[in-house]
Design a protein. Structure first.
Length: 147
């Protein structure tokens, strides 16, 4: 899963027949990852964090605020998650600022997929998840893109 193509293939496991119930949408993805070695779960987490980090820009935040005047750092993050759920082409369009509708949607539950998959695999609480990705996806952390 070192390449984004692997990440995107795994993202296609989401079950959109349960749209509206984020946990059910993500269940097949979590199930799949819970059957993988920790390294694969951690790679998924790292790739997800990197992709969210790349969307953390002043330009996209301004676009979000235009669409959602009550935007917060969290709502901007949760909207960035939507880009990942819609596949690589959609993601690229969002990254280029060509998917303004994204800013009216949120999908926070995606952030918890790695820890939930790991917890399921090890039959431990999510809070014990031992991995921290090298890049943070928190809003405003991509300093180069917020200058």
């Amino acid at each position: 899963m070192n390449k984004p193509q692997g990440f995107w293939a795994v993202m296609e496991l989401c079950d959109w027949s349960h749209e509206g119930d984020d946990n059910k949408v993500l269940a097949p993805l979590i199930q799949y990852l819970s059957q993988q070695e920790d390294e694969i779960i951690f790679q998924f987490d790292d790739q997800m964090s990197e992709l969210l980090y790349q969307l953390d820009t002043r330009k996209l935040a301004a676009q979000c605020e235009q669409m959602e005047p009550n935007m917060s750092g969290d709502s901007f993050l949760y909207s960035r998650c939507v880009a990942l759920l819609n596949g690589s082409e959609y993601y690229e369009q969002a990254r280029l600022g060509r998917r303004k509708e994204i800013w009216t949607m949120e999908f926070e539950a995606l952030l918890y997929v790695p820890s939930r998959a790991w917890a399921k695999r090890h039959k431990k609480p999510e809070e014990e998840y031992p991995h921290i990705p090298p890049l943070s996806y928190e809003t405003g952390i991509n300093q180069e893109q917020w200058k």
